[in-house]
Design a protein around this ligand. Structure first.
Ligand SMILES: Cc1ncc(COP(=O)(O)O)c(C=O)c1O
Length: 463
């Protein structure tokens, strides 16, 4: 009957399947207005489904104008409905839900914390209270610099956890680190910026969009190499000194000093992106560059890695000389700040829940990381060198004699793995093509042995 088929192993309901097949056949002319439609009873008998289900589909197609009842003679396709482009074979949502890139069995994706660790109940309570105690002005647009209570809470948190001693006046709340970098890029449009390569590509895109001349700095397993920056004048130097993204290096003191000297001699501000420095496994968090020179460093912290990127909450600590240009731009974006979210975060931090959350989640990540390192050593032995494992939610593994192009991501997806090589974060450099980024935010502890085994088989299959 019209070649209709019902599949059992699909996420689509029977209604959807019958509806989509009939609609497709109408659009491609297989069922046309010349002949009366088969009765709902005969379609139902053929498909072994209830007649009421088929009648429901037919009614829907009538409501949408594909079918019409002709008085006294039954149901027909409305004339002139042929439309080739409408004949998509697979519905989009079905192909997406089956895409292993979106929903792999094991995800080594870096940069997303475990959603299972998100303190849902506590956050919900903070948000509810923020709403309950909101006065009228709390329901106005949020101040461009961010709510004062949140800036004060972050000021105290920064001092307690990272040894950064600043006034709340130098803190600006942003919608993610991405917005902080965007704001900075708007100040010196068309200027010159030096940045690490490889790096998180959104940073490159932001500066590129504002017509910056971009100078790439080399990166090794210690982090950015200031000696590789030869420019004489720079507006910014972007780096991630606590845990270089994606290679994982923690910048040693001599390079920090070299970088600060370079910033001074070139007139640059350093953009210090400390996206996951709170998770430090074998010592306390490394002192920020900002502490060494608050006049030259813009420090950016985010809640994306310690809580969730869905919150879109981050902050920047800004040198006095940059505060007013940033606020001038930021105030024009006042409608962006989410006041109630900020109020909830202020309470969450000032009542001690953030540090509590950090203390408890770090225990999970320590276990995962230890297990991951052991499994990687078991499977790959001397074949790999592990880097960047002391901080954050990912590490990098470097192979002695393998090269990985960005395309291996698709191949890995075919093996049900989400895996990115460092080369997919490289803009220009080809130096780190022998390394893979291994995130552990999205893999449960108990799955790690199987996941690493799958990784090992995948790597062998590349031979
Ligand atoms: C290097 C780096 N910095 C910062 C961020 C966080 O950005 P946001 O705070 O906008 O979520 C990311 C996110 O992936 C990142 O990779």
């Amino acid at each position: 009957m019209y070649g209709l088929i019902l599949q059992e192993k699909t996420q689509e309901s029977q209604f959807q399947q019958i509806y989509e097949q009939l609609r497709e056949k109408i659009l491609n002319g297989e069922i046309n207005s010349d002949k009366k439609m088969a009765s709902s009873r005969s379609i139902a008998d053929f498909l072994k489904v209830s007649r009421s289900l088929v009648m429901e589909v037919i009614d829907q197609l009538k409501v949408e104008g594909f079918l019409e009842s002709r008085k006294g003679s039954g149901t027909y396709v409305v004339p002139d409905l042929r439309y080739q482009n409408g004949t998509q074979k697979k519905p989009l949502h079905q192909s997406l839900s089956k895409d292993p890139l979106q929903d792999p069995k094991f995800s080594f994706l870096a940069g997303i914390p475990d959603p299972g660790l998100f303190p849902r109940r506590r956050w919900n309570k903070m948000y509810q209270q923020a709403m309950e105690y909101a006065d009228d002005t709390d329901l106005f647009y949020t101040p461009g610099q961010g709510r004062l209570d949140l800036r004060i809470a972050i000021r105290d948190y920064l001092y307690r956890v990272k040894g950064i001693n600043v006034s709340e006046e130098s803190i600006v709340i942003t919608s993610g680190a991405a917005q902080a970098i965007h704001l900075l890029s708007l100040i010196s449009k068309g200027g010159t910026v030096a940045m690490e390569d490889p790096l998180a590509p959104f940073v490159y895109d932001i500066f590129k969009a504002q017509s910056y001349e971009i100078r790439f700095a080399e990166v090794d397993n210690q982090g950015i190499d200031p000696g590789s920056i030869t420019a004489k004048n720079l507006d910014y130097i972007y780096c991630s000194p606590s845990h270089q993204f994606p290679l994982g290096g923690s910048l040693p003191a001599n390079r920090r000093i070299e970088l600060l000297n370079l910033a001074r001699s070139t007139g640059a501000y350093i953009i210090e992106d400390d996206y996951d420095g709170e998770y430090r496994y074998e010592s306390r968090p490394i002192a920020a560059l900002q502490v060494l020179d608050p006049f030259q460093v813009v420090y950016i912290g985010t809640f994306s890695k310690i809580l969730s990127p869905a919150l879109r909450l981050a902050y920047m600590v800004v040198p006095t000389s940059l505060i007013s240009p940033i606020l001038k731009i930021k105030r024009k974006m006042e409608f962006i700040g989410e006041g109630l979210q900020q109020a909830a975060m202020a309470k969450f931090i000032s009542e001690g829940h953030l540090e509590k959350h950090l203390r408890s989640s770090i225990k999970y990540y320590i276990d995962r990381r230890t297990c991951l390192i052991n499994e990687l050593k078991n499977h790959f032995g001397d074949e790999i060198e592990i880097n960047g494992e002391y901080t954050g939610l990912h590490l990098a593994i470097k192979f002695a004699d393998r090269q990985f192009s960005p395309e291996i991501q698709e191949k890995a997806a075919e093996s049900d793995l989400m895996l990115k090589p460092v080369s997919s974060y490289s803009i220009k450099t080809v130096v780190h093509r022998n390394s893979l980024v291994i995130g552990f935010g999205l893999i449960n502890h108990e799955d790690i042995p199987t996941a690493v085994e799958a990784l090992s088989s995948f790597i062998s299959s590349l031979d």
